[in-house]
Design a protein around this ligand. Structure first.
Ligand code: MG
Length: 239
């Protein structure tokens, strides 16, 4: 198998989810609750976050969904603000938060090493595209990226195959040459739906071994294990 491109999920894969987004998710809930503390706590729970500990469960709205899905979930859970109002403000809060995003590893070092192997690199996230760009700029990896897809980039949302198909199209690759790397089950499902060559799960995010292993071809501790995985795969004769 020849892998020519790697598409990364962002939160929990490149960025420390809790340290980067817990304060922003809290801000979203308080905005949606219009200052009502009890309602804000209820909205956080509805989106998968324990308001006391800040812990967020895998595959929950906060962990895995786009702005619109989080906003709709909060309205369903009691927010009286309008959907468009919530989406507009959540996008702003995430854009502001992107500047303070906390990486899980030396992203520039890892991306430079992968580029040196001739790989095309991209990011596919349920966040908005401007926020992904700002994060990439802050981490000094923007010039190393061949492709960026947010929920608003016109490729649809996970787990539909569009973000991977867009990466393939824009970089002249076959989906079978693409490895999808992510921390949630919907990243693995997107890889399957697009017939990507590899679905690689990382354990640095909100997903765990039990929820990821059934859907992943490989599970690595973090993106720091990617290069050695690629080396191992290159050495394995095709059966
Ligand atoms: Mg993620």
């Amino acid at each position: 198998m020849k892998i020519s491109g790697i598409l990364f999920d962002k939160d929990g894969t490149l960025l420390d989810f809790a340290r980067s987004w817990e304060p922003v998710n809290r801000r979203c809930a308080h905005y949606a609750a219009d200052g009502d503390g009890a309602m804000a706590a209820r909205l956080m729970r509805a989106c998968g976050m324990d308001p006391d500990t800040g812990e967020t469960s895998g595959d929950s709205l906060f962990a895995a969904s786009s702005t619109g899905e989080v906003a709709a979930g909060m309205i369903e859970a009691g927010s009286r603000r309008a959907l468009a109002d919530l989406i507009h403000h959540f996008d702003l809060f995430f854009l502001e938060g992107a500047a303070h995003a906390v990486p899980l590893a030396d992203l520039r070092g890892i991306f430079l090493a992968l580029k040196a192997r001739g790989l095309k690199l991209g990011i596919a996230s349920s966040d908005n595209e401007a926020s992904i760009r700002r994060m990439a700029e802050g981490q000094h990896i923007l010039p190393l990226l061949d492709y960026i897809a947010g929920y608003d980039s016109g490729h649809g949302v996970k787990p539909n195959p569009g973000m991977i198909e867009g990466f393939a199209r824009e970089c002249g690759l076959e989906p079978a040459e693409i490895a999808m790397v992510g921390d949630n089950a919907h990243d693995m499902h997107m890889a399957r739906n697009a017939r990507a060559g590899l679905a690689v799960a990382v354990l640095t995010g909100t997903g765990g071994m039990a929820t990821l292993a059934p859907f992943a071809d490989h599970v690595v501790d973090s993106i720091e294990g990617l290069e050695s995985l690629l080396d191992r795969l290159a050495d394995t004769p095709v059966a």
